[in-house]
Design a protein around this ligand. Sequence first.
Ligand code: ATP
Ligand code: MG
Length: 207
Amino acid sequence: MIRTLLVANPKGGSGKTTIATNIAGYLAGRNERVVLWDLDRQRSALKWLELRPEELPRIMPFSAEESLAGANWLVLDSPAGLHGKSLTRLLKLAHKVIVPVQPSLFDLDATRDFMLTLSEAKAVKKQNTLVAMVGMRVDARTRAASQLDSFLEEFDLPVLTCLRNTQIYVNASFEGSSLFDLPGNQARRDMEQWAPLLEWIEDFPSE
Ligand SMILES: Nc1ncnc2c1ncn2[C@@H]1O[C@H](COP(=O)(O)OP(=O)(O)OP(=O)(O)O)[C@@H](O)[C@H]1O
Ligand SMILES: [Mg+2]
């Protein structure tokens, strides 16, 4: 079975590609066979893969069905504006959906409708597809962070973690790296923030 993860939020710039590429980097570092499927015409995740140095744990780009042969994880990076039939199709395909949300008025507002759509989707209602949220670029003790907290409480969905705003993500992406590829303790604090998300991702019943 290929474990399929969808990273989605129709709001542009919410952190989808950052989450998707870092998940792929993490899994590859655990010796998992990972395919990254970039569904966005902007091809950001694919560009990141092209930059990825050969000596880092390998992540395969999705090209055709054949690229899934032998893979045990498929990570889907979805485009801004995802809705309707494309969304329904992806929800059927995915075992788990991760929704990154940034703590700004505009992001929260745009994400609310998406969360409602998700909670009404058949695959989600039947619990074939699990959904969780992640706070993105959240600096604790800011007003934005408490606004995000009350927003996230509106939904009966797990909030796995909040990831801080740091250039580490930006710099790593220029190198085709994830946090998990960085040497030494550079990203220790951030990796700690990732721990609950990774645990949720990896929690699959044994086959
Ligand atoms: N935790 C973070 N700290 C700092 N910068 C971040 C963080 N998360 C994302 N970014 C930056 O924010 C920008 C938007 O993130 P990203 O491209 O991952 O969003 P997206 O949802 O994929 O956007 P799009 O909807 O255009 O596909 C990028 O420049 C990214 O490097
Ligand atoms: Mg993107």
